[in-house]
Design a protein around this ligand. Structure first.
Ligand code: T46
Length: 133
């Protein structure tokens, strides 16, 4: 599956750590940064794929599960470390669930927001995969 866990370089210190993301850490130029916060533990987010957008998800605080589907296989990745980024390439279905209290999901995205880039229907997603996407 076209996903990867990225190690974010960090400077460790007994007074607290610093994680630094410069352009060479990511395989794309960041065009947008957003974050999900105040998320009820029962929430299911995501439930879509992107046609072109690639992004990296980081659990800046707390933890949550990311369920990934590429039309053939399925993987669940638990994000719970601020120095690990989950790279999700385009044409991968994602669902986010099991948010801990205080979880914050930081997202670094390769494009600005465009609703036309979303596929929000799973059957449509499967159809697009069978068409070679
Ligand atoms: C993803 C997960 C992790 C905007 O207007 N601008 C934005 O940049 C975003 C991200 C969303 N929106 C609007 C669109 C919807 O009306 O906010 C509403 C909720 O967005 P969405 O349903 O896409 O939210 P999530 O949490 O399901 O998904 C978001 C990202 O869209 C998605 O790419 O992977 O976070």
């Amino acid at each position: 599956m076209n996903i990867k866990l990225i190690d974010i370089p960090k400077i460790e210190n007994i007074l607290g750590n610093i994680a630094v993301i410069e352009n060479d850490v990511l395989p794309f130029e960041v065009k947008r940064v957003y974050y999900l916060y105040d998320i009820p533990s029962s929430a299911n987010r995501g439930g879509h794929s992107h046609i072109k957008l690639q992004q990296v998800l980081i659990a800046i605080s707390g933890s949550f599960d990311v369920i990934l589907k590429d039309g053939i296989s399925e993987k669940t990745i638990t994000l719970n470390k601020p120095d690990k980024g989950l790279l999700i390439r385009n044409n991968i279905w994602r669902e986010l669930e099991n948010f801990s209290s205080g979880a914050v999901c930081l997202v670094l995205a390769s494009t600005i927001y465009n609703e036309e880039d979303y596929i929000r229907d799973f059957d449509e997603f499967l159809k697009s995969k069978s068409n070679g996407n």
